[in-house]
Design a protein around this ligand. Structure first.
Ligand SMILES: NC(=O)c1ccc[n+]([C@@H]2O[C@H](COP(=O)([O-])OP(=O)(O)OC[C@H]3O[C@@H](n4cnc5c(N)ncnc54)[C@H](OP(=O)(O)O)[C@@H]3O)[C@@H](O)[C@H]2O)c1
Length: 208
C-alpha cells in the first residue's frame, strides 16, 4: 500500500473478522490523532455469516465507538442488497451469528443514520457504490455493469465537502443523489436506536 500510495502518511493493519484485532486497530488509529474524515469502506462478501457479521457490521460499530469522532465527515459503505436485509436485532444482542451480507449492509445504512443523529456537527452518510469491478465486484463473475469511478466519487465528494450540495447528513446516497430504494429501517429512528442498543449489548461498548 505504501508503494502504491507514495504520499500516504501512515498505515494501520488489522483483520476486522477478529474483534480483538478491531479493538487493537482502534488503538492504532487513536494514536494517529483526530482525522478530518473516516470512510468505513472495508467489507467482506461470500464468507460464512459468523465472519460477515464481524467484518461488515460489528467492527464498523466498534471503530465508530472507540475511535475519536472525525472533524468533518463519516461515510459508511452499504449496497443495493441492503433492501433484502433484516436488522436481526435479537441475533446481535444474543451474540448469534446469522447475519448475512444483505443484513450487514442494512446495518451500515442504519448505523449511518443513527450516528448522524448522535453527531449533529458532522456529515454522516451511507453510500452504495453500484456494482463495480473491484475484487468483490468480480465475485459473481466479470459482469459488474456500473462505472468504477462513479463508485467512489460520492465518497470523495462527501469527504471534501467543497460542493454546497454535499452538505448532507443522515442520507443514503448513490452517485451523489438520494437513493430511491431504501429499506424503511434506515430512516426509522426507533430502529436506529434499537440497532445502537443491540451493538452496545453485544460488544459492551456504548457510543458516547
Ligand atoms: N464492488 C461492488 O460491486 C460493491 C457493491 C456494493 C457495495 N460494495 C461495498 O463497497 C465496499 C468496498 O468493497 P470493494 O468492492 O472495494 O471490495 P474489495 O475489492 O474486495 O475490497 C475490500 C476492502 O476491504 C478490506 N477488507 C476486506 N476484509 C477485511 C478484513 N477482514 N479486515 C480488514 N480489511 C478488510 C480489503 O482490504 P485488503 O485489500 O487489505 O484485503 C479491501 O481494502 C465494501 O464495503 C462493499 O460491501 C461493493
Amino acid at each position: 500500500m505504501v508503494r502504491d500510495l507514495p504520499g500516504i502518511e501512515a498505515v494501520v493493519v488489522g483483520d476486522l473478522i477478529n474483534l480483538d484485532e478491531t479493538r487493537d486497530l482502534a488503538e492504532q488509529v487513536k494514536r494517529l490523532g483526530t482525522f478530518d474524515v473516516i470512510v468505513h469502506n472495508a467489507g467482506e462478501y461470500g464468507l460464512p455469516d459468523a465472519q460477515i457479521i464481524n467484518a461488515n457490521s460489528v467492527s464498523p460499530y466498534l471503530l465508530t465507538a472507540l475511535v475519536d469522532a472525525p472533524r468533518e465527515a463519516i461515510v459508511y459503505l452499504s449496497s443495493s442488497l441492503h433492501t433484502g436485509g433484516d436488522l436481526k436485532l435479537d441475533t446481535l444482542r444474543s451474540g448469534g451469528t446469522n447475519v448475512n451480507y444483505n443484513d450487514s449492509k442494512l446495518h451500515m445504512a442504519t448505523l449511518a443514520t443513527a450516528i448522524a443523529r448522535r453527531r449533529p456537527g458532522l456529515r454522516v452518510n451511507a453510500v452504495r457504490p453500484g456494482w463495480v469491478a473491484t475484487l468483490m465486484g468480480f465475485h459473481n463473475g466479470p459482469h459488474a455493469p456500473d462505472d468504477l469511478r462513479a463508485g467512489y466519487m460520492t465518497q470523495v465528494w462527501l469527504s471534501e465537502g467543497a460542493d454546497p450540495a454535499s452538505d448532507l447528513t443522515g442520507r443514503f446516497l448513490f452517485h451523489q443523489q438520494e437513493e430511491r430504494r431504501v429499506n424503511p429501517s434506515v430512516y426509522d429512528e426507533a430502529a436506529q436506536d434499537a440497532l445502537l442498543d443491540a451493538y452496545a449489548a453485544r460488544t459492551g461498548v456504548e457510543l458516547t
